[in-house]
Structures are given as structure tokens and as C-alpha cells.
Design a protein around this ligand. Structure first.
Ligand SMILES: CC(C)(COP(=O)(O)OP(=O)(O)OC[C@H]1O[C@@H](n2cnc3c(N)ncnc32)[C@H](O)[C@@H]1OP(=O)(O)O)[C@@H](O)C(=O)NCCC(=O)NCCS
Length: 201
């Protein structure tokens, strides 16, 4: 599945073979053909309530797919994957997942997810996020992956728990976010914890 992975974690790069397949999903780079499907959920105010972006127009989405969301490889920290989550059987784009390589030195990354509410409740985002953890740990050889959540985002907290992530921190009113002070929950999982879980499945 992976190529161009060298021995030392500090020198690894990630060039997955796309699509990355899971039981029910294909996780793949976004294209301009995905603009309408992405707009269907990234334009919904409720979907954007706890995420750093505002409801998007089709032009916003097309511009990002043409630039920062076009990445097919992570060669260094500071780089980010935003990948489409497609249900293989129906060939429907139901959401997207993020993997951001935070630090080469500390071998850390951050993950995130956004999904159309019409396709919620099936475990698709959990399945896609597990694939992102696999890319982070097996692909780049990272040590720790975290997720940052608004404390009120219960669905996301449950998702983190399903992934086996531990809540490590509750930051009180650490951000002025969309017009109010908000609390942040930090969840994380280490490579050895991921491997122990994978071995248990
Ligand atoms: C966060 C978000 C992706 C969660 O969506 P979700 O549908 O709850 O997540 P999943 O796709 O993983 O589905 C899990 C749900 O399906 C259920 N489920 C059904 N079949 C399942 C399966 N095979 N595997 C796992 N879960 C399954 C789970 O029980 C869970 O429901 P529950 O939380 O009520 O117990 C969604 O609410 C969202 O996009 N929110 C807006 C964007 C956002 O806030 N992003 C996070 C920023 S930190």
C-alpha cells in the first residue's frame, strides 16, 4: 500500500497508493467532480458549528481542491491531506478526512473529519479515521496522533473514543471561536497503543 518509506522515521515520506481501501470505503484525493457533493455538507451551518471553517460556497471548495487540497503526498511536516471518503458500493462521497503532519522532530500529527449528516450513524467517519491513523503510524512512522475538539462536539468525542484515543486535556476557554470563548478537548493515541488495538481486532 505504501511506497518510498525509508527506515528512520525522521526521513520518511508518505505516498499512499490511492484509493486507500477499507472494508466499505475508498479514501482518495478530491477532484473538481467532488465539488457538488462536498458543497452539499460543507455549506450546512450545523456541520460547520465546531470546525474552523464557515459554510463554504462551491467556488470556495473548487479553489481549495485546486490548491491546498490537491496533495497526494506528505513529504514533510506542515503538510496536510484532505481526502474524500467514498462509499465503495454506492460510489457516493459522504465526507472527508484530514491528516496534518504537525512535527517531524516530535513525530506527531493531527486528524479530523467532516461528514454529510445524511450519511451519519454508519461508522463511515470512524472507518476513514482509522485509515488515517494507519497512514500516520504505519506510513510515516509517527509516534503520536491527536484530535482537537470543541467540548460540545459530542459526536466527535465518541468518534475519538471508538478509535481508542484517550482524552488528555480539557483547555478552558482557550479559544475565541466563532464569537465566544470555547473549551477544547484534546484526544491522542500513541503508536504502541494503536498497535495494541490493531492486534486486538
Ligand atoms: C463528527 C462526525 C463526523 C460524526 O459523525 P458520526 O456519524 O457520528 O460518525 P461515524 O460515521 O463514525 O458513525 C458513528 C455512529 O454510527 C454508529 N455506527 C453504526 N454502524 C457502525 C459501524 N459499523 N462502525 C462504527 N459505528 C457505527 C455508531 O454507533 C455511532 O453512533 P453514536 O455516536 O450515536 O453511537 C459528524 O457529526 C460531523 O461531520 N460533524 C460536523 C463536522 C465536525 O464537527 N467535525 C469534527 C471536528 S473536530
Amino acid at each position: 500500500m505504501l511506497s518510498d518509506v525509508t527506515e528512520a522515521p525522521s526521513t520518511r515520506v508518505l505516498r499512499p497508493e490511492f484509493p486507500v481501501r477499507t472494508d466499505r470505503l475508498q479514501i482518495r484525493p478530491l477532484t473538481l467532480d467532488d465539488v457538488d457533493a462536498m458543497h452539499a455538507y460543507r455549506s450546512i451551518p450545523e456541520v460547520c458549528r465546531y470546525v474552523p471553517f464557515e459554510p463554504m460556497t462551491k467556488d470556495d471548495i473548487a479553489a481549495r481542491i485546486g490548491r491546498q487540497w490537491a496533495s497526494r503526498e506528505l513529504t514533510d511536516d506542515g503538510q496536510v491531506f484532505i481526502l474524500g471518503v467514498e462509499v465503495t458500493e454506492s460510489q457516493t462521497l459522504v465526507g472527508d478526512v484530514m491528516l496534518a503532519w504537525s512535527s517531524r522532530e516530535h513525530a506527531t500529527a493531527e486528524i479530523g473529519w467532516t461528514q454529510h449528516p445524511e450519511h451519519g450513524g454508519h461508522g463511515y467517519s470512524t472507518e476513514a479515521a482509522r485509515a488515517m491513523l494507519r497512514l500516520a503510524f504505519d506510513g510515516i512512522g509517527l509516534h503520536r496522533v491527536m484530535a482537537r475538539l470543541d467540548e460540545r462536539n459530542d459526536a466527535s468525542a465518541r468518534l475519538c473514543e471508538r478509535l481508542g484515543m484517550r482524552q488528555e486535556a480539557r483547555l478552558v476557554e482557550n479559544e475565541w471561536f466563532k464569537g465566544e470563548w470555547t473549551n477544547e478537548l484534546d484526544f491522542a493515541i500513541l503508536d504502541r497503543e494503536w498497535r495494541a488495538l490493531a492486534g486486538a481486532v
